[in-house]
Design a protein around this ligand. Structure first.
Ligand code: FAD
Ligand SMILES: C=Cc1c2[nH]c(c1C)Cc1[nH]c(c(CCC(=O)O)c1C)Cc1[nH]c(c(C)c1CCC(=O)O)Cc1[nH]c(c(C)c1C=C)C2
Length: 536
């Protein structure tokens, strides 16, 4: 959510609350663009990076292993990824940037069918046939054939993603068996509660413009063909956001377009030392700046400044007044900081889901040899006592990563092939919501649930599971849920914040960006820093 401030005086004081990637990126670009301003960055934890957390643990043999306790890959196609890649290059880290090729085995995603069998998400006619003829394909053919003839929605009001898909495909199967699993793999959420406009906005727009998804796809294909006589023309326009990024960093449109087109070819990118390389690199850089102070303490409250001037941040070490505060924390935390019930009440309307992350590592053996892929997701319609959302096959991803900017000497080095198994299971999410705040299962119950799932779904021997190293992380309230009517909620919240703080506060992070992904929050952080820096 962009700041609307019209002037930011010389040597202004800015507070940033939260040193996750949003707060770090905002601080980095604001200090680049306005070296005169002083930034105080509040972070309640000892470590910066927020949910991005690549931790080194000791294996049973004493060797060190990196495990991801949050995200590990980014979408190559988004502008946010271009910003991240270019920033890492500027800070001398281009060698860590890696990609997964479209035809890589690590780009294969599986869904668990009703009989606990992993079924590949189609990427060829053969896999499509297998998918459609299995239990996951139920309702697919009649759903698609009838889609162009189903009435479109007449009102513009939002609805749940489940309701939209059910309407368009004429049955509940696709939503329950297929889409619900994808929603587990992004929002850890319940497809029946999430906003269609927010989560599948492109499909909503297709229905609005063409009356049907299939008709819209056909129209697009015909239009492209008529315009160019070629269906495979690449776009050669730099996006408005990357144009601003070019202006801010002095990079040419040509260079940015070339990187952007290159990254678009990759379904995923990641970093050699783990995704935390990005927030770590930013932290190192901004720590060295004379005008940035990182305070490792919580901001306890945000209050309007005296006589309507600026904004006050209260923390245990005292109160400080700033010209502007950028808040990058989740609505439920923010609700406790605003000290004003109408705003707090609005912020409490957004619930954030908790994810239980379980890392498993076993050296010397590849237990996934029959299932090489990115991982698998569990649909909502499955019997799922374990409350499993999905499992990521880290060892397969790591082995298939290739450098994006490879030097000649690096390319000729042969990577030593060693066998190991590294996976991350994610459990809980919306399944925990009915059980009450305090009902997070114990670590041993969580590990036993994952062991039971791995034996059933991946046919892993119990002894191998006993031999591996296990790590459990409770990511409490980590993913804000975009409820039905979320866009209106964002608008109303922005208005209330404006009323209370005038233009002196702006909001960032997952709840206030275009989506929950790292690229989304980076785009928002960069653009907000850019707009604030221009205000003088
Ligand atoms: C399990 C999981 C898997 C994910 N997988 C992916 C993925 O594969 N790809 C992808 O693109 N994205 C993924 N994401 C999303 C990604 O993690 C987020 O987009 C990103 O981390 C958001 O960063 P942020 O800075 O906005 O928020 P956060 O990371 O939440 O950072 C907020 C910071 O604020 C601090 N803070 C909180 N309260 C206060 C206070 N009062 N005072 C000071 N500091 C405070 C916190 O300690 C934290 O450091 C995943 C998220 C989760 C939870
Ligand atoms: C099983 C639980 C989860 C897995 N990842 C997440 C959860 C809750 C969180 C998450 N994953 C992605 C994002 C960012 C979304 C974005 O807009 O960029 C978040 C917050 C990326 C993602 N993961 C999957 C998909 C289809 C996407 C979106 C785009 C992409 O990168 O392709 C699928 C997926 N997620 C998980 C698994 C096991 C899985 C597929 C097998 C784990």
């Amino acid at each position: 959510m962009q700041p609307t401030v019209s002037t930011l005086p010389l040597n202004a004081k800015i507070a940033v609350v939260g040193a996750g990637v949003s707060g770090l990126t905002f601080t980095y670009f604001l200090s680049k663009l306005r070296p005169d301003v002083n930034v105080t960055l509040y972070e309640s934890k000892e470590r910066c990076g927020g949910w991005i957390h690549s931790e080194t643990i000791n294996d049973h043999d004493g060797s060190q292993v990196m495990v991801e306790k949050g995200p590990r890959t980014l979408r190559g196609v988004s502008d946010g990824s271009v910003i991240i890649v270019e920033t890492l290059r500027d800070l001398g880290k281009q060698d860590v940037i890696q990609y997964i090729a479209p035809n890589s085995e690590a780009n294969r995603k599986f869904l668990l069918d009703q009989n606990d069998v992993l079924t590949q998400v189609p990427d060829s006619p053969a896999t499509a046939l297998k998918f459609i003829s299995g239990s996951l394909g139920k309702g697919f053919i009649p759903g698609i054939l009838g889609e162009p003839f189903r009435l479109s929605k007449t009102t513009r009001s939002d609805e749940s993603a489940h309701s939209f898909i059910k309407r368009r495909f004429g049955n509940e199967y696709l939503s329950q068996n297929v889409f619900s699993a994808l929603f587990h793999g992004i929002y850890a959420g319940d497809i029946k509660k999430l906003s269609a406009k927010r989560t599948i906005g492109k499909m909503v727009d297709m229905e609005k413009t063409a009356g049907s998804l299939i008709k819209s796809m056909l129209n697009n294909t015909i239009n492209k063909y008529n315009k160019r006589g070629d269906t495979k023309v690449k776009t050669t326009e730099l996006s408005p956001l990357l144009k601003k990024f070019g202006a801010a960093t002095g990079k040419s449109d040509e260079d940015l377009l070339s990187v952007s087109l290159r990254l678009k070819e990759f379904p995923m990118i990641g970093f050699k030392t783990g995704l935390e390389c990005y927030p770590k690199t930013l932290t190192e850089y901004i720590t060295s700046l004379p005008n940035v102070t990182i305070k490792h303490e919580a901001a306890n409250s945000v209050l309007p400044g005296k006589h309507g001037k600026g904004v006050i941040i209260e923390s245990d070490s005292g109160d400080l007044t700033f010209e502007h505060a950028r808040l990058t924390i989740t609505p439920n935390i923010l609700a406790n900081m605003v000290q004003f019930e109408p705003v707090a009440k609005k912020l409490r309307e957004v619930h954030s889901n908790t994810v239980l992350l379980v890392n498993f590592y076993l050296p010397h053996k590849d237990l996934l040899s029959s299932y090489h892929g990115f991982g698998y997701l569990v649909p909502q319609s499955n019997q799922n006592q374990e409350k499993l959302l999905g499992v990521i096959f880290d060892s397969v991803i790591e082995k298939n990563f290739k450098p994006v900017f490879e030097s000649e000497s690096e390319a000729s080095k042969k990577v030593q092939e060693t066998k190991y198994t590294k996976v991350t299971a994610m459990l809980g999410g919306h399944y925990l919501n009915n059980e009450g705040e305090q009902n997070i299962p114990s670590e041993s119950i969580i590990i036993n649930s994952v062991k039971s799932a791995f034996m059933k779904h991946l046919h892993i021997d119990e002894n191998d599971l006993e031999d591996g190293r296990w790590e459990v992380t409770v990511a409490k309230d980590c993913l804000p849920q975009y409820h039905v009517g979320y866009d209106d909620w964002v608008q109303q919240t922005a208005e209330l914040i404006q009323e209370r703080y005038s233009d002196n506060v702006s909001l960032g992070g997952m709840a206030f960006s275009t989506g929950p992904g790292v690229p989304n929050v980076i785009e928002d952080a960069f653009e907000s820093a850019y707009m604030l820096s221009e205000a003088n």
